[in-house]
Design a protein around this ligand. Structure first.
Ligand code: PLP
Length: 406
């Protein structure tokens, strides 16, 4: 049997759309000794991360931080605001939307699943007019919440959340708006307040460049009000007690201390670069990646250019090519992990992550690994994606230099 070597020479290229590579700076920040979570330094740390993370959600309202993966924060959003048997309108953008809907069923809610049929539905963002039409029919206001995924990580398609808000308002419907931006936060522009979102769900291991293990609920006043009457059972996930203790920077239970050191460091990095610069960097790298896919003559999973994800790109294989066989070859030969196709698109496509701690050369090496792997796998390419991406990055300088030489 092959001995597993966990640390081959050079860097592993973790180019899946989360977990994303954790910068050394963050790893080092997390290696400080764990402190007393009731002591004075902890309160200062708690206040610092709680206020910093609000800026990333672009909100002034409370953000709850859980020691849990994103899935936990999904559950928190639902169980804090809804009651058994409540109807929720969910939209099928892809695999993650489907999983959230399954969770709603498990919790005893009644999800209605809107969407365009088949794989085509997994190539476009949320169709806000469909939501508006359904809400207009619901004159009795049986629907208590509208749930959508902002950055569908299984496909590389984003959705226009402001349009969903307008759809709800146009129907004059009181449903809460809940949004999953687990993979979008701190990579794609996201505006919890401006877009009128009631609960935003996110996680640590994608755009925030942290390891898996913390997740978030940003919560509007309307959602807080709903939580006072909601009847789904909740204990660990309950917002009220956490928000109360967070006032002084503490939690009702033992929080994830070392991950919070990491979060403080990640926030410093993001604010030093500037949130808008972070978003622009992701847009530029994503465009370079798409230029490569087009030059290869391959299709991009997202069929609507208006909603291309800045976080990842889904690359569709030609008929007869198993995307997972290509991924396996690239993994074994070049020590690079790419995202597998999930659910309906398994084997049809792989995903290139270009989020978080990613720059021009990270992307170029990633694309070189893909191009070599595709060729070795016998995929007929129309041209060099590496060449196309180099051309694009060379002719589209970032807004400011990365460093200033002496
Ligand atoms: C990663 C992800 C999840 C699940 O988060 P976990 O941390 O794996 O529990 C849910 N939704 C989206 C859009 C994701 O990208």
């Amino acid at each position: 049997m092959l001995e597993l070597d966990f640390h081959p020479a050079g860097r592993h290229f973790l180019q899946i759309p989360g977990p994303s590579p954790v910068p050394d700076r963050i790893l080092r920040a997390m290696s400080y000794p764990t402190i007393d979570h009731r002591g004075p330094e902890f309160g200062a740390l708690g206040l610092r991360v709680l206020s910093g993370i609000k800026k990333v959600f672009q909100t002034t309202q409370p953000v709850v931080i859980y020691p849990a993966s994103g899935t936990g924060a999904w559950e928190a959003a639902l169980c804090n605001t809804l009651s058994p048997g409540d109807t929720v309108l969910m939209y099928e953008t892809g695999h993650f939307a489907t999983l959230w809907k399954k969770m709603a069923e498990s919790l005893g809610l009644k999800p209605e699943f809107l969407g365009l049929p088949g794989v085509e539905g997994w190539r476009r963002g949320v169709q806000a007019p469909m939501i508006e039409a359904r809400l207009r029919e619901d004159t009795q206001h049986a629907i208590k919440a509208v749930c959508v995924v902002h950055n569908e990580t299984s496909t590389g398609v984003t959705s226009d959340i402001a349009a969903v808000r307008r759809a709800i308002d146009a129907a004059a419907h009181p449903a809460l708006l809940m949004v999953d931006t687990i993979s979008g936060l701190a990579s794609a522009d996201y505006r919890h307040d401006e877009w009128g979102v009631d609960v935003t769900v996110s996680g640590s291991q994608k755009g925030l460049m942290l390891p898996p293990g913390i997740s978030f609920n940003a919560v509007s006043q309307k959602a807080l009000e709903a939580s006072r009457h909601a009847k789904l059972p909740r204990a660990f996930w309950g917002w009220a007690e956490i928000i109360e203790m967070n006032r002084t920077g503490y939690w009702p239970y033992t929080p994830n201390t070392n991950l919070l050191y990491g979060l403080a460091e990640a926030l410093d990095m993001i604010f030093n670069e500037g949130l808008d610069n972070v978003f622009a960097r992701h847009q530029r790298l994503a465009e370079a990646c798409r230029q490569a896919v087009r030059a290869w003559g391959l299709e991009i999973q997202c069929a609507d250019p208006a909603v291309y994800s800045p976080v990842l790109t889904g690359v569709v294989m030609p008929e007869g090519v198993d995307a997972d066989a290509v991924r396996k070859l690239i993994y074994e030969r070049f020590d690079m992990s790419l995202g597998t196709g999930l659910g309906k698109v398994k084997g049809r496509m792989f995903r290139i992550g270009h989020l978080g701690d990613c720059n021009d050369l990270t992307l170029m090496a990633t694309l070189a690994g893909c191009e070599m792997g595709l060729k070795l796998a016998g995929v007929k390419l129309a041209g060099s994606g590496v060449q196309a991406a180099m051309e694009y990055l060379g002719t589209h300088a970032p807004a400011r230099p990365l460093r200033v030489a002496a």
